[in-house]
Design a protein around this ligand. Structure first.
Ligand code: AMP
Ligand code: MG
Length: 334
């Protein structure tokens, strides 16, 4: 072996036994990105998963979609037979038993209500249900005032010891439309990781969770122009983080020069005005989902102030004039 360059040694070892070499080669050749689009929770779910074994990637994708369907079956208010719909129908009369998972998510939602001073409020729905964005229907003043009585997260009483939930008055409805998709993609990330998947992107509507990086590079996530679908106003390199966007362009109609859209200011019962979109970046998609909705209601000034007070959380806001606003951690970078 005298004079034999050391760097040749592994090749020599492989040629001594071709079997491990072939196995290694096949594994790398099969390794690739796996993509899947599906409609779950009434929204477009998109998955991108990398694993060297395609069967692991595909089984991971199936497990995430199955979990999202399970969450939808329990938490959707579009289904009369969901656990949440059954609670909404009865909890104003007496305390109703609630599963740990649903109770836990409602408790979490109420923390975001306190944090945003009631801008994010899971009881927005008594008013929210009076709008039909597809049909262009909105409530008159009297109906709005009446429904507003039921809007206040403090009407919801969770009792973790007894495992029950009760509403303190009639007309209260809990709806998790502003937080459940984030929760579902966050769980999706946990499911993939538990199966040994280290690079993935999971999104459901405006909520995206990134697992790891994009194989040695950060993921690039674009923030779209709220008035031009084809244009990106900011691009963020992200790894192992969540990003949620709430926009006034997702579900809306216009009447008398006013844009009526799906994010409701719980104070007035009307669509929140002042910003066009809010993107929140943070460590967990449940948080970014709730905060994107809450900060949208708070508006640019108060929203940026709140985000700046939260470690590890950043915001990109397109304000009412179409100008970009950044939280302090991003301001230095752009
Ligand atoms: P997002 O697209 O995440 O901002 O969520 C918007 C959805 O959140 C709406 O379609 C409603 O289901 C729900 N929502 C609207 N306004 C509020 C609010 N003020 N607080 C909590 N959820 C809300
Ligand atoms: Mg949200």
């Amino acid at each position: 072996m005298d004079g034999f360059p050391r760097r040749w040694l592994p090749a020599v070892w492989f040629s001594g036994s071709m079997l491990p070499f072939l196995m290694f080669f096949c594994a790398v050749a099969g390794a690739e990105w796996h993509y899947r689009d599906a409609t779950v929770m009434g929204t477009l779910v998109q998955l991108q998963v990398w694993h060297e074994d395609p069967s692991v990637a595909n089984a991971g994708i199936e497990a995430v979609l199955a979990d999202m369907r399970r969450i939808d079956a329990g938490m959707s208010t579009y289904r009369d037979d969901s656990e949440l719909s059954r609670i909404n129908a009865a909890a104003a009369r007496q305390p109703i038993p609630i599963s740990d998972e649903l109770g836990g998510l409602i408790a979490r939602a109420m923390e975001f209500s306190r944090l945003t001073d009631g801008a994010f409020d899971v009881t927005y729905a008594s008013v929210g249900y009076l709008y039909d964005y597809r049909e262009g229907v909105r409530p008159d003043h009297a109906a709005l005032e009446d429904a507003l009585q039921g809007v206040d997260y403090r009407h919801v009483a969770l009792d973790p010891e007894r495992g029950t939930i009760a509403y303190r008055q009639e007309g209260v409805r809990v709806d998790l439309g502003g937080i459940a998709k984030g929760y579902a993609v966050e769980r999706g990330a946990e499911i993939l990781r538990s199966r040994g998947i280290e690079h993935a992107q999971i999104s459901a509507g405006g909520d995206t969770r990134l697992v790891g990086d994009r194989r040695g590079r950060p993921w690039l996530v674009g923030v779209r122009d709220p008035r031009d679908r084809a244009r990106i106003v900011a691009q963020l390199p992200l790894m192992d983080e969540a990003i949620s966007t709430s926009g006034d362009y997702e579900r809306y109609f216009e009447a008398d020069g006013v844009r009526y859209h799906h994010i409701i200011d719980p104070g007035s019962g009307e669509s929140a005005s002042g910003v066009r979109s809010v993107s929140i970046i943070g460590p967990d998609a449940t948080l970014t989902d709730a905060l994107s909705t809450g900060v949208f209601v708070l508006g640019a000034e108060r929203g940026v102030e709140l985000v700046n007070s939260l470690p590890g959380v950043e915001a990109v806001i397109v304000d009412g004039d179409g100008n970009l606003r950044f939280s302090s951690g991003l301001e230095q970078q752009h």
